[in-house]
Design a protein. Structure first.
Length: 315
């Protein structure tokens, strides 16, 4: 059976949906964001698109959700840099300021006719199924489905990405946190009124069905990264073999008595080397390739370990 696939980055898809001009306008809004927030918005837009594909959303809804995902943090351009880029934990007062990016983003969209259709992304992406989210504390189906998708994409990228104020967290550990957020939380430390709301909720913050799909997407990504890294490892293997042969020729050249023999080995070395490689640096070049080879092998081993853990996770 033919499976409908929407590739947000494919030019034919963009052309068929007549998005060229409107999308350029919408996504240009990201130019005013700091580099970390902009990259985060791009990641969330991309991941939202892929989640929609795996959720079997139609093309129109996928396109709409993706743009909502790109624009979800647009209100952060009005959050003071001292708060937005603070290296440590925010104070309660600072956190309240940070939370206003949702309503600011919503107001920005509502004031612009071209952005109005996507206002849900900025406004609702921090709402939680159990009612503990913000800015309105919406619950369950009161939260638009697109916002539920963006929330999961946003949470995943925010945790797993390496930021200027956060050390890298492993992929499997990130997924464990997101899975934990699908479960009811009876240990909240928030205000008494909100504690009552959450205490009697049978829902967690995240939609379990969307989190299950996230795990599939992450596994796909890891498998693709393993494939690419393995391809590079094979290329490095070839380079090491080539350089080892060149090093043997150099030893033979240095030992050769006759000029004719020296030239023979020299030509052999030149044939084996790439344009940016030098005869004088053969040993150090070999060491660099060997280090890259061992590093990539370790990465593959780590990725296989991660994927093994992830496949055992239950939502």
């Amino acid at each position: 059976m033919y499976k409908e696939v929407f590739d947000f980055y494919d030019r034919t898809s963009l052309k068929s949906y007549n998005l060229d001009k409107t999308m350029r306008y919408q996504l240009n809004m990201l130019d005013s964001l700091d580099v970390f927030t902009r990259k985060h918005c791009e990641n969330v837009g991309d991941l939202t698109c892929r989640l929609c594909q795996h959720l079997h959303c139609n093309k129109g809804f996928t396109e709409y959700c993706t743009i909502c995902g790109y624009l979800h943090d647009i209100g952060k351009q009005f959050i003071p840099p001292s708060i937005l880029q603070k290296p440590g934990k925010l104070t309660d007062e600072e956190y309240e300021v940070m939370k206003t990016h949702t309503t600011i983003g919503y107001q920005m969209c509502m004031k612009d006719a071209k952005l109005q259709p996507y206002a849900v992304g900025p406004y609702c992406h921090h709402e939680a199924l159990d009612g503990s989210g913000y800015p309105r504390g919406l619950k369950k189906n009161k939260i638009p489905y697109e916002a539920q998708i963006i929330r999961v994409a946003d949470e995943y990228d925010a945790i797993v990405s390496k930021r200027q104020y956060k050390s890298h967290i492993g992929i499997s550990d990130t997924l464990k946190i997101i899975i934990e957020n699908t479960k009811p939380n009876n240990k909240t430390k928030q205000s008494d009124a909100l504690t009552e709301v959450v205490k009697h909720s049978k829902d967690g913050k995240n939609n379990p069905a969307i989190v299950k799909v996230l795990i599939k997407v992450v596994i796909e990504d890891i498998e693709y990264e393993i494939f690419l890294t393995q391809s590079y490892v094979e290329e490095l293997k070839g380079d090491l073999k080539r350089l080892k042969q060149a090093m043997k020729y150099k030893v033979a050249m240095d030992k050769a008595k006759k000029e004719k023999d020296k030239n023979y080995y020299l030509e052999g070395i030149k044939y084996l080397l790439k344009p940016d490689e030098k005869i004088e640096n053969l040993d150090s070049t070999y060491e660099e390739y060997e280090k890259a080879y061992e590093t990539r092998k370790a990465i593959i081993e780590n990725l296989y370990h991660e994927i093994k853990i992830i496949k055992k996770l239950k939502v």
